[in-house]
Write a protein that binds this ligand. Structure first.
Ligand SMILES: Cc1cc2nc3c(=O)[nH]c(=O)nc-3n(C[C@H](O)[C@H](O)[C@H](O)COP(=O)(O)OP(=O)(O)OC[C@H]3O[C@@H](n4cnc5c(N)ncnc54)[C@H](O)[C@@H]3O)c2cc1C
Length: 357
């Protein structure tokens, strides 16, 4: 290492799936030893201010027509499929059969774009759709045990790539420039980007979701129904001895961590109507939980801005607002975020190469 590189050269604020994906791409580029992740909450913690452990989580055809979102989805699907095939049990990612239904017809363009990359893609003929459903498809999805997957990423980054994790809450984004050597900061603070000083993005808002975690080892298939004003889903949690996530809700602008018994009853009713595997087997309720998707009007923000710190020109790369897609789109978002810092990262890489000579 030259005197110009240090562990503080690159700082990532946030240890949710978004920050961990940025760290993973930097580590794969050989920069892990120059990365410090600062976060109030780290994998293994639970808090309403830390969304990632609450996610279902799977890939679903949930994104609308936004070109960025569709590209991130595709990159994420390919990345997660690779993980499932190569290190599935270790990373808690698995390929599973999935059926998705929509109450409103899905455009041919969207179906075409999904058919380009989803494995075993199959449109369900109209005559075979359940009552009230306008479009349906079957394919092989990727399903993630969210709390365990983020622990896996944290461990791998720390043990194999020398990434440093600091538990710390910052009050202002400028405090992320922890040393005069900090050249670039990645802001991956999720919902906190609404009020973190120096970011304060008025487009951010939470979207609450309640889920019911059940023990139901007979359930092996993901099923999702995208209604006009509701969403219902069944996600068998990989490598969990038969736990299944049943959901859900998409409550725009609702920020409470409370859970409600009438929502639990609605989830149990809707999921048993949707899936014969849930209907035919008695699911034992293990927990009822609520999480807040970090949503943003206009979609996620992946953008680099110049930043002056102590009279020095520095870079700030925003990467937040993944809403309900942080696990499926997070790798693609991280890829773009890292690309936005290319000139700084190239400089750090060549300084590291020089030091080896
Ligand atoms: C019920 C539910 C189901 C979901 N299902 C899916 C799914 O099936 N598929 C999917 O792709 N996505 C799903 N999601 C969405 C997914 O969980 C989110 O998109 C994702 O977790 C967002 O990750 P993040 O890293 O942006 O935020 P977070 O996980 O909230 O991480 C934010 C990080 O920033 C840190 N931080 C914030 N402020 C500060 C500060 N001031 N100082 C220091 N650190 C700070 C926090 O401590 C934390 O480490 C679901 C979400 C919910 C709630």
């Amino acid at each position: 290492m030259t005197s110009s590189n240090s562990r503080e050269s690159i700082v990532i604020v946030g240890a949710g799936i978004i920050g961990l994906n940025v760290a993973s791409i930097l580590a794969d580029q050989g920069l892990g030893q120059y990365v410090t992740v600062i976060a109030e909450h780290l994998s293994g913690d639970t808090s309403i201010n830390y969304t990632s452990p609450w996610a279902g989580a799977n890939f679903s055809a949930i994104s609308g027509h936004d070109a960025n979102a569709l590209r991130w989805d595709r990159t994420g699907y390919q990345h997660l499929t690779r993980l499932a095939k190569q290190v599935g049990a270790e990373s808690f990612v698995q390929q599973t059969p999935s059926t998705e239904y929509w109450d409103d017809k899905v455009s041919d363009d969207k179906m075409q774009s999904l058919s380009d990359y989803l494995h075993d893609f199959q449109i369900i003929p109209t005559g075979e759709l359940p009552e009230g459903v306008a479009s349906g498809l079957k394919y092989t999805t990727v399903t993630i045990n969210a709390p365990e997957h983020i622990k896996f990423l944290h461990r791998r980054l720390k043990d194999n790539h020398g990434v440093r994790f600091l538990r710390k809450k910052i009050a202002d984004i400028k405090d992320a420039y922890i040393s005069p050597k900090t050249e670039v900061v990645f802001n991956c603070t999720g919902n906190a980007s609404a009020h973190l000083v120096g970011v304060e993005d008025p487009k951010c808002y939470p979207t609450r979701g309640q889920i019911v975690l059940v023990k139901a080892p007979e359930v092996h298939e993901n099923v999702m129904r995208h209604g006009r004003d509701y969403v219902t889903y069944i996600i068998p949690r990989p490598y969990s001895n038969g736990n299944v996530v049943l959901g859900g809700y998409m409550q725009k602008g609702v920020g409470t961590s409370d859970t409600f018994s009438h929502e639990t009853e609605s989830i149990m009713k809707r999921t048993s109507e949707l899936s014969s595997e849930v209907r035919d087997n008695k699911a034992e309720v293990l927990a009822v939980l609520a999480g807040l998707r970090p949503s943003r009007e206009g979609g996620a923000r992946v953008e680099a801005v110049g930043y002056q710190v102590r009279g020095q020109d520095r870079l700030l790369v925003h990467n937040y607002g993944a809403g309900g897609t942080g696990f499926q789109a997070g790798y693609g978002m991280a890829f773009d975020a890292v690309a936005r810092a290319k000139s700084v990262l190239d400089r750090l890489s060549s300084a590291a190469d020089q030091a080896k000579l």
